[in-house]
Design a protein around this ligand. Structure first.
Ligand code: HEC
Length: 176
């Protein structure tokens, strides 16, 4: 064994117990800490929170918190980069056609997940779960994908079938 290797070996023995003890920095994560970040909603609705909302409630919240960027009726173009939330040309070409909720999203639960984690753009994670359900209902109704009086909640939302659902190839069906 070269001197350098021998030194490294001795050092690693010496460092063992010290490293196992840790440097005493930070604090352990609690269940609540993890829960606050563990918000991914799956296609089948797993991990959707309690709560509910309707399109009528969503319309009011939209006017207050979304309209400035996404414009009247979700038509988009209100602020630079704010995508339209309604309509969309048929996806004939995956690259050139602009992707929207109605022509692209495979699962309605993605809409809930996206709004909850990312919108409003300037204040993400500021909406209550009821507000997110209501906004989801509103956008689904604007896209004619749900009925005006449908109540969206953990049970009903996953039942909404998105138009582009069957055009995705699922590589691992057993993981859905
Ligand atoms: C300050 C401007 C702003 C506000 C306010 C805002 N958005 Fe957005 N929104 C954006 C931008 C910009 C994007 C595109 C983000 C990207 O592509 O990364 C976006 C994207 C989205 C998308 C994804 C659209 C798609 O085609 O995938 C949804 C859904 C959405 N917003 C919903 C909302 C809702 C609901 C509200 C109100 C609670 C809201 N937004 C408020 C700017 C805004």
């Amino acid at each position: 064994m070269s001197t350098l290797k021998a030194l490294g070996f001795l050092l690693s023995i010496a460092a063992g117990p010290a490293l196992a003890q840790g440097a005493g920095l930070g604090k352990p994560l609690t269940e609540a800490d993890i829960k606050a970040w563990d918000i991914a909603v799956l296609p089948d609705g797993s991990n959707l929170p309690p709560g509910s909302g309707t399109a009528a409630q969503g319309a009011k919240i939209y006017a207050e918190k979304c309209l400035a960027c996404h414009a009247e009726g979700g038509k988009g173009g209100g602020s630079p980069g704010a995508t339209p939330l309604v309509g969309g040309a048929p996806l004939t070409n995956g690259i050139e056609t602009a992707k929207t909720i109605a022509n692209y999203y495979a699962y309605s639960t993605t809409l809930f997940d996206y709004i909850r984690r990312a919108m409003p753009f300037n204040m993400p994670r500021s909406l209550s779960d009821n507000e997110v359900y209501a906004l989801t209902a509103y956008l689904l109704v604007l896209n004619k994908l749900a009925g005006e009086n449908d109540v969206m909640d953990a049970k009903n939302l996953p039942l909404v079938k998105m138009p582009n659902r069957d055009n995705f190839i699922i590589p691992y069906p057993d993981r859905i």
